[in-house]
Design a protein around this ligand. Structure first.
Ligand code: PLP
Length: 444
């Protein structure tokens, strides 16, 4: 690009003042803007005319790659036909079609889908379902929730209460009452540089027995965890850990909720983490990859016994006093149907599994590079943890992020961990580009 053309693009920047950006250093950003103006497949294009390889699928969501033509077409066609229909007491066909597709790909026993607009809403909806479920069954004392340290469940009050990332909690008062947290399972001493699930640490699940005994099971509604903690830095469940949580919940009549906002839709090489790990929760949250990030949408998927508990009362009565204006929005539902279709017709989950091995090889080859203290991987999820700079937590990872951006690759950072979750359409060459860009940045 000529200097003139680059200058022209720079001057075309909108006024950046009014937009208060989420989870962003606003003042820094507005001095060093990084705007994405278009995207296609594995690539994003910037306001100053650069092409970047997307190693995080937007924000762990564009699993089918950017602007997939079949998804774009489905959204356009739906927009021309039906923009919106009332979500309460009326319906439209595409939402039902999507629910059917979803439960077909979900683990055996998950038979119902409730639509929401984001991961955060899916979490708060699942927590409310759990409370109401127990009350409907005459166990209204079950009101406590158990989350996990370093868990991320979005930013609603329910989600930050059960979540375990302190910066997301500390400014916001006392949140939901009656919440405990399991210990996180991250342990560098035993598990650093494990490939796939670490073998050590299933016993972390036994802490659940201790917490339940403290409160008595009759007061505990649900346990919520991510099968793999994504936003806290791709923290993997030790082998056998999720099974143990399931057994303990079953023993005490407590619901198990898996937050699959990141792990669903091919991230592990399977449709859902719960299928991949062979543990079926009572309730499952999802969002992001449901529409490949194209239109905001989330869902809570429920086992039959949950839905059945609600289906009481007089005919015509509302069974669950909850829902959103945009639950099952036509554009989102159309995007969701097209997305699930392309995942299947283009074999994207199989590619994720295959490329997951290539990504694992690449990431683990970074062992020994400056400041690398751990590498973690599962499917098309990966993390490289770095030693923090003394007195400046997160600064080292941000330096690498900026260096990679300047050299053509978008990665994500959380704390001093670099995270990777590329679109499922990635190929070997693109993985090599990501790894070598990160290696270069680490050596700089
Ligand atoms: C596991 C998990 N739950 C919930 C959320 C919140 O989703 P959203 O940002 O769509 O509200 C996220 C977002 O990253 C997530 O990773």
């Amino acid at each position: 690009m000529s200097n003139n053309a680059a200058e022209q693009l720079q001057t075309d920047l909108p006024d950046l003042t009014a937009y208060w950006m989420p989870f962003t250093g606003n003042r820094y950003f507005k001095q060093h803007p990084r705007l994405i103006t278009s995207a296609k497949g594995m690539q994003c294009f910037t306001h100053d005319g650069r092409a970047l390889l997307d190693a995080v699928a937007g924000l762990w969501c564009c699993n089918a790659g950017h602007c997939h033509p079949k998804i774009v077409e489905a959204i356009k066609a739906q927009a021309e036909k039906l923009d919106y229909s009332m979500a309460f007491q009326l319906g439209h066909p595409t939402a039902f079609e999507l629910a059917n597709k979803l439960v077909k790909m979900a683990p055996e026993g998950i038979d119902y889908a409730f639509f929401v607009n984001s991961g955060s809403e899916s979490v708060d909806t699942a927590l409310k379902m759990a409370l109401a479920y127990h009350r409907l069954r005459g166990e209204g004392t079950r009101t406590r929730f158990i989350g996990r340290e370093r868990g991320y469940h979005g930013v609603g009050f329910g989600g930050i209460s059960v979540g375990g990332m302190s910066p997301n909690r500390k400014m916001f008062g006392s949140m939901l009452p009656g919440v405990d947290h399991l210990p996180h399972t991250h342990d560098l001493e035993h598990n650093a540089f494990s490939r796939g699930l670490p073998t050590w640490g299933a016993h972390f699940a036994d802490e659940l027995e201790r917490i339940i005994a403290l409160h008595d099971p009759s007061n505990v509604a649900a346990v919520i965890v991510e099968p793999i903690s994504g936003s806290a830095g791709v923290l993997l469940p030790p082998q056998g850990y999720l099974q143990r949580l399931r057994e303990i919940c079953d023993r005490h009549g407590i619901l198990l909720i898996f937050d699959e906002v990141i792990t669903a839709f091919g991230r592990t090489g399977n449709a859902f983490g719960s299928i991949e790990f062979g543990v079926t929760p009572d309730l499952m949250t999802c969002a992001k990859g449901l529409t490949s990030g194209t239109v905001p949408m989330g869902a809570v998927l429920a086992q039959g016994h949950i839905y059945d508990a609600f289906m009481t009362g007089p005919d015509g009565a509302i069974e669950f006093f909850h829902g959103y204006t945009y639950s099952g929005h036509p554009l989102a539902a159309a995007a969701g149907c097209a997305t699930l279709d392309v995942y299947e017709s283009e074999g994207m989950f199989d590619n994720a599994r295959k490329m997951g091995e290539v990504l694992a090889d690449g990431l683990h080859s970074l062992k020994g590079e400056p400041n690398v203290i751990d590498v973690r991987n599962y499917g098309l999820l990966g993390a490289v943890e770095l030693t923090p700079i003394d007195g400046q937590p997160t600064a080292r990872a941000m330096q690498i992020f900026r260096d990679c951006y300047d050299h053509g690759v978008i990665i994500r950072t959380t704390g001093d961990t670099l995270a990777f979750s590329p679109p499922l359409i990635i190929d070997e060459k693109q993985i090599e580009t990501i790894i070598e860009t990160v290696r270069r940045a680490l050596r700089t």
